[in-house]
Design a protein around this ligand. Structure first.
Ligand SMILES: [Zn+2]
Length: 597
């Protein structure tokens, strides 16, 4: 056993001996353009590169599927191993001897903390389940579930529960049992009041425990049983609860996924529960619309066949397109289950139809090309010439991604028939496209995917990225930045976390690099940091630091202007005099806003 200083030395040695370009190039052909290297992302399916590496900073980031990190993160994802094992793998490749690691006090403390977090989730799950099944508080919950056809077997299988009404049922019970309130706060079971004290986050809701694939509860979803908002409420992201890495229901369904040799991926946990109630036991929920490469890897341990059944609305359709590209990038065989008009999601479909009807939908699941055609028919008016061109440019990259010629020919026929285009014309276009995309991997004429432009992001978010990059490269500017713009003025949560981390490191004279960042930041913030650093090298935009700070400050003022205006309206409507004070505040903000134009 060796002590921790030596282990850190070992990690640093492996890190400094690793050339991120060389490591990634072994998996992905990269081409240099400007400061960045570009290639087709190994974590999702694409023809034009949106995967970029900056060797100076030691980060990679994909603008298509938003995966990013340092060299070890890359190895852990591409080899499907843990971060620690990725360090060891790289050490082996570099012939650096691996020391036996002795745990530091901090690591022991961290492990104990994790154990406590698991324990508290376990206790809370039992509390809610008990409340549903054994107390009078749970009656409305049971009634609601029964009405939706969810029987006791399913309630017990998923350990469904009910959060009692009242503001402190859980917190007072847990604090009586000696649970530290900080721990409850940390897992989001209680919420801090604005004044002082706490209240229970979940009240009068059906509780759906969200478990990892080992069956350990790591978070909760909660659904209202009456009308109101928000209909769904989830645990906040914690050390254990990271939605990117979780699939709801995997622990319960993995046996069946393996047995039937395919998995059905739905958006929400209520969809997965509804399917299970109808004896369709091989489904999991991706917990929202963004299917990730990490989730895909988990499925691939049990089957290589994935059927997506996302919501029928346009958000669901777009999510399906993205999910298909990620799954195909991981070499999964994919299909899409289409819901008939009038059914929002699988849950709603199963309220009106039986299992046999859903099984018929499964039998009729369409190929990924057919789904793209379906998408065109729903979203593009292909009767006009302009629409036809749009449809063709949408479908060409998809057709050209099929390696099997027989298959791609069959689809070319189908596409030309559906869109009413001459088949020869389509084939010519396809050939041109193929030639062009082969050429474009040559450095002289290198096309980079359009997805990298962050048009959807606000000016304040972009400014936040520039400021973070600036501090990373030049830590001395930090104090100036903090003096003019406090961290809470940054609207993006990940940016605030990154800035807090940077401040801590810099003020303690600690070294900042990708390793410390990966240890200290949450997954989402670490990925966002990768994006900041990779994106900066890619744009030539160079405003002055003060301009970026002004953008942040102004966005912050606009937000509080809006908040106070809404509050003033509310107070005035309810005849509350305090709206006058709000008006004064609004005027003051307005004046300040005029000052930072
Ligand atoms: Zn990607």
């Amino acid at each position: 056993m060796i002590d921790n200083i030596t282990y850190n030395d070992f990690v640093n040695k492996v890190h400094s001996s690793s050339d991120i370009i060389k490591v990634i190039s072994a998996y992905v052909p990269l081409k240099k353009r400007g400061h960045n290297y570009w290639g087709c992302c190994p974590f999702h399916q694409e023809k034009t590169p949106s995967f970029s590496v900056v060797p100076d900073e030691g980060f990679f980031y994909c603008f298509g599927c938003h995966t990013g990190g340092n060299v070890f993160k890359f190895l852990s994802l591409v080899e499907n191993i843990s971060y620690g094992d990725a360090i060891k793998l790289q050490a082996e490749r570099l012939n650096i001897p691996i020391p036996q690691k002795k745990k530091s006090d901090r690591e022991i403390e961290h492990e104990n903390n994790i154990k406590n977090l698991y324990r508290i989730h376990e206790m809370a799950q039992a509390f809610f389940h008990n409340c549903l099944t054994k107390t009078s508080y749970g009656k409305p919950g049971l009634l609601y579930l029964k009405k939706r056809g969810i029987n006791n077997d399913i309630i017990n299988l998923f350990h469904l529960g009910f959060a009692p009404p009242g503001w402190d049922k859980l917190s007072s019970a847990f604090i009586k049992r000696g649970i530290n309130e900080n721990l409850l706060l940390q897992v989001g079971l209680i919420v801090k009041k604005k004044t002082s004290g706490y209240y229970d986050r979940f009240r009068e809701r059906i509780i759906i425990p969200i478990k990892d694939e080992k069956g350990r509860t790591v978070g909760f979803g909660a659904r209202l049983i009456k009308d109101g908002q928000p209909k769904y409420l989830n645990s906040p992201e914690t050390l254990l609860f990271n939605k990117r890495n979780l699939l709801f229901g995997l622990n319960e369904s993995k046996k069946y996924i393996r047995q039937y040799d395919y998995a059905i991926i739905v958006e929400g946990y209520m969809d997965a529960i509804a399917l299970a109630s109808h004896n369709i036991a091989n489904s999991v929920a991706s917990l929202g619309t963004a299917f990730t490469a990490e989730q895909c890897k988990k499925i691939l341990r049990y089957t290589s066949n994935i059927y997506f059944c996302y919501d029928g609305d346009s958000a669901g359709q777009n999510a399906t397109l993205r999910a298909l590209s990620i799954a195909r990038g991981q070499h999964a065989a994919v299909k899409v289950i289409l819901l008939p008009d009038g059914s929002k999601d699988p849950d709603e479909f199963l309220q009106k139809h039986d299992a046999a009807a859903f099984n018929k939908l499964i039998d009729n699941a369409v190929s990924f090309i057919d789904f793209h055609l379906h998408y065109i028919m729903q979203n593009i008016d292909y009767t006009s010439l302009e629409g036809k061109l749009k449809a063709v440019s949408f479908i060409l990259p998809i057709l050209s991604s099929i390696d099997n010629l027989v298959e791609s020919n069959a689809y070319a026929v189908k596409v030309s028939q559906t869109l009413g285009i001459d088949e020869t014309d389509l084939r010519n276009e396809l050939q041109k496209y193929r030639k062009h995309s082969n050429q474009s991997s040559a450095p002289s004429n290198f096309q980079i995917s359009q997805t990298i432009n962050s048009a959807g992001d606000s000016a304040a978010i972009k400014a936040g990225r520039h400021i973070i990059t600036r501090i990373w490269q030049e830590p001395d500017v930090l104090d100036y930045i903090l003096a003019t713009t406090p961290i809470n003025e940054f609207e993006n949560k990940q940016h605030r976390e990154i800035l807090t981390f940077l401040t801590e490191q810099i003020h303690n004279n600690n070294f900042i690099n990708d390793i410390t960042a990966s240890e200290k930041l949450s997954d989402d913030s670490y990925t966002e940091l990768s994006r900041c650093l990779v994106e900066k090298k890619n744009t030539n935009e160079s405003k002055l630091l003060d301009d970026y700070l002004k953008i942040i400050h102004r966005a912050h003022l606009e937000k509080s202007y809006l908040e106070h205006s809404l509050r003033a309206d509310e107070l005035e409507r309810s005849g509350d005099d305090r709206f006058q004070q709000e008006l004064i505040k609004i005027q003051r903000i307005r004046k300040e806003m005029d000052g930072v134009k």
